[in-house]
Design a protein around this ligand. Structure first.
Ligand code: HEC
Ligand code: HEC
Ligand code: HEC
Ligand code: HEC
Ligand code: HEC
Length: 164
């Protein structure tokens, strides 16, 4: 009985260590950003993610964009002051990207959003309603995920359409 209990205790300790480890690797954004509040103010996605109409990528917001409204204090949220600190330091805000394909994959926002007329929501879920930054991707953007939609929408599923 005793060795079993000791084993169980050690096992539990190791398990807890792993769980802790796992959570310490969770990405934490430099500023607790609230999409919902900005959405309610009528700020458009393109104000902060400025490139999807012309480019393959959307882009993460530049600190200059935040400064257009946050040069002076708008709220008493503790993270608001960080915007001005990052601005003074230079070098932008080090946002962590959750959605990033490997180099051998070609993906174009313009193609999907402008040419195919798709909404951001259909791939990214309702991120516009998030009240704090997600800590993991809401959608697993695997090859199967891409190809399933391409099959459904009769889009190109040649290997070389997506692989460069
Ligand atoms: C006022 C600026 C602002 C607006 C407006 C805005 N975003 Fe964001 N967006 C951010 C910031 C800052 C982050 C990083 C922090 C976070 O995830 O909350 C982000 C992250 C994201 C991400 C995750 C990207 C990645 O790879 O991690 C997606 C997707 C996204 N936004 C989509 C949208 C959509 C869709 C809209 C419009 C409904 C929108 N955003 C409006 C500032 C903005
Ligand atoms: C077009 C103007 C505009 C832009 C651009 C803008 N904000 Fe804001 N932001 C606001 C307004 C207005 C509020 C207050 C909203 C409220 O209290 O409901 C706000 C609130 C906030 C808050 C406090 C949130 C809270 O939960 O109370 C933070 C933090 C913030 N913004 C960060 C950012 C960051 C980071 C960027 C750049 C990626 C940015 N904002 C870009 C207008 C803007
Ligand atoms: C067909 C699916 C799809 C749609 C629709 C879509 N996205 Fe994306 N998004 C992706 C994929 C895939 C990535 C990762 C791209 C990469 O790594 O090259 C991504 C990445 C991003 C990122 C990370 C930064 C960057 O430069 O790419 C942001 C921000 C983003 N999307 C915002 C948006 C917004 C805003 C819209 C609507 C205007 C939108 N997306 C519509 C699939 C989509
Ligand atoms: C929700 C549906 C959907 C998802 C998810 C999706 N796509 Fe697409 N994709 C489309 C549609 C529809 C088109 C056709 C657009 C047009 O009218 O040109 C397309 C077109 C393309 C094209 C142009 C193909 C050509 O040569 O005609 C590429 C490349 C592409 N997608 C890559 C991707 C990749 C990579 C992913 C996953 C990261 C992805 N797509 C996810 C719907 C989707
Ligand atoms: C609609 C877009 C799309 C098409 C078509 C597509 N792929 Fe992919 N492929 C992806 C994406 C996105 C990834 C990266 C995400 C992942 O690994 O699931 C990927 C990853 C891969 C990988 C790397 C897997 C790994 O484990 O690292 C290989 C190999 C690959 N694809 C081969 C192919 C072959 C062969 C074909 C043709 C039969 C093909 N792909 C067609 C989108 C596509």
């Amino acid at each position: 009985m005793k060795p079993f209990l000791i084993g169980l205790a050690i096992g539990t300790a190791i398990l807890l260590l792993f769980i802790n480890f796992g959570s310490s690797f969770r990405p934490e954004q430099p500023i607790s950003f609230n999409h919902k509040k900005h959405h309610e103010q009528g700020v458009e996605c393109a104000t902060c993610h400025s490139y999807f109409k012309e480019q393959t990528f959307s882009g993460m917001p530049k600190v200059a964009v935040c400064m257009e409204c946050h040069k002076d204090s708008l709220t008493n949220h503790p993270d608001e002051g960080k915007i001005r600190q990052f601005h003074e330091k230079g070098g932008g805000i080090p946002w962590i990207r959750l959605y990033q394909q490997p180099d051998h994959v070609f993906f174009s926002h313009r193609r999907h959003v402008v040419l195919a007329g798709m909404e951001c929501k259909s791939c990214h879920g309702d991120i516009g309603q998030s009240e704090k930054p997600p800590t993991k991707p809401w959608v697993k953007m695997t090859m199967k995920w891409c190809m399933d939609c391409h099959t459904k929408t009769k889009a190109n599923n040649d290997c070389l359409a997506c692989h460069v």
